[in-house]
Design a protein around this ligand. Sequence first.
Ligand SMILES: Nc1nc2c(c(=O)[nH]1)N[C@H]1C(S)=C(S)[C@@H](COP(=O)(O)O)O[C@H]1N2
Ligand SMILES: [Mo]
Length: 329
Amino acid sequence: MVFFKARPDWQRSSAQVTPEQIFWRRRRFIASLIGAGVGLAATSAGGCQRSKAMDGDLERTLGEPLAGVRRNSAFADAGREPTPQQYASSYNNYYEFGGSKNIWESAQALPTNPWALEVGGLVKNPATFDLDDLTQRFELEERIYRFRCVEAWAMVVPWIGFPMRALMAVVEPTAAAKYVHFTSYYDPAVTPGPSLGFARDLPWPYTEGLTVDEMANELAFFAVGVYGRTLPKQHGAPVRMVVPWKYGFKGAKSIVKIEFVAEQPATYWNTLAPNEYKFEANVEPDVPHPRWSQKKERLIGESTAMFSWEEQPTVIYNGYGEYVADLYA
Ligand SMILES: Nc1nc2c(c(=O)[nH]1)N[C@H]1C(S)=C(S)[C@@H](COP(=O)(O)O)O[C@H]1N2
Ligand SMILES: [Mo]
């Protein structure tokens, strides 16, 4: 496993970016000084950034404050401003609670306390982690990551959590472990899924997978918080995966089980539509989805209408190539 320090693609020298990119970067920098960016920098790590008042009902879904979390300086700048929380926390994909983006209220039915995260399979030390283990046993840090959904919308999110490899160090995968299978919470009485006829045949529970080497990469992260607080249920409380160089669907929410295995596991979207959702699912602008191009993305914002959001070019590995490209060489 190679762990190397590197700058993501958007932090390289200006010689490598076009004048147009510099223009937009400077404009955004100036905007951040006079706008909400200063608010973000001046508050404690991950303080909520708001460009306008948040809906009171939405605000009640946000978690408990996580105090004293240090921001990892390597991930303090994603080259784009963090997405204001009222957008990120009210525009979600969480199929267990419905097929629309507007599931934040129905997701409040998710029971998160107590929680048991079972880790086993090909490991030396199988273990079950409860809620306190997740927020206290592992040293928490904040990382501002770009996030890219396969549907071509994007955002920038200040996650709080711990590197996946910190958990690997505790359970110690054996040499036979080549893949990791992650399982989300599922209870048909609580998580009805989309209210469509085909919903009966969906391959619940939602699962995802990585190679062991991907899980050991410096970027791979378990989030237990966001915007300075514990995760709201709509983001996958109490613990979800964040793998920022891959499409968003790889980041399973509300994880109850992690199993180290020898063979590539079957996963939710890859089982449903293997030609559209690959197991690897790295962000690759030149590899179109069968039904749309991946060359551009739109940053979620004010309106729910995607065409009105700011369009940006998609970057290979979502800009994290210097961390992950050698995994695929
Ligand atoms: N269990 C579960 N995890 C999931 C999903 C889901 O439907 N169920 N959707 C995925 C998809 S497609 C995306 S884009 C992200 C969205 O994360 P967010 O709502 O926190 O932005 O969650 C991913 N994790
Ligand atoms: Mo997604």
